[in-house]
Design a protein around this ligand. Structure first.
Ligand code: FEO
Length: 170
């Protein structure tokens, strides 16, 4: 059985990851409406990955014999007006999620819950990738997004992203 606080934080993280999926779906909808199908594809896949993160949390809790409680998922609340907005909101959101993962890790560390720490190691690494990728997208947009040819090229690059299942298997 898990420590009560650790279990509660993991349960809350299911909701946060589902919110992330919903947020990125909103970004995808925004770009699709702008005619940028590649950007829309990129965020559609990102939404799928976030759902995977939620499922991993859920399955881990179930494996530990914990009761899972699903709460309402909040409405995506970011104001999206410029093409750069989702990219910057995405980076800020990933930095926020890194903080959430670190908080759960710290709670597990406090009670010497090595099993949960090992489970979370994958997420710690994943967050590094998530932040790096979000930052790279901003840099590319700053460099190439200001003329139509550059934007077309970026959109084509993002159109090539394909979904891959998470490498973490429980
Ligand atoms: Fe679930 Fe984008 O981290």
């Amino acid at each position: 059985m898990l420590d009560k606080k650790v279990a509660q934080l993991l349960n809350e993280q299911i909701n946060k990851e589902l919110y992330s999926a919903y947020l990125y779906l909103d970004f995808s909808v925004f770009y699709e409406a702008q005619g940028l199908d590649g950007f829309a594809n990129w965020y559609m896949i990102q939404a799928q990955e976030e759902r995977d993160h939620a499922m991993l949390m859920l399955q881990y809790l179930q494996m530990c014999g914990e009761k899972v409680t699903l709460e309402a998922v909040a409405k995506p609340d970011k104001v999206l007006a410029q093409l750069m907005d989702p990219l910057k909101e995405g980076l800020a959101h990933e930095e926020y999620v890194t903080g959430l993962i670190n908080t759960i890790y710290a709670a597990a560390y406090d009670v010497k819950d090595f099993r949960t720490m090992q489970f979370l190691d994958w997420f710690v690494k994943e967050q590094l990738e998530e932040e790096k990728t979000a930052d790279d997208m901003i840099k590319k947009m700053e460099l190439f997004g200001n003329d139509s040819k550059g934007l077309y090229s970026l959109d084509s690059e993002f159109a090539a992203r394909v979904y891959t299942a998470p490498s973490l298997v429980l």
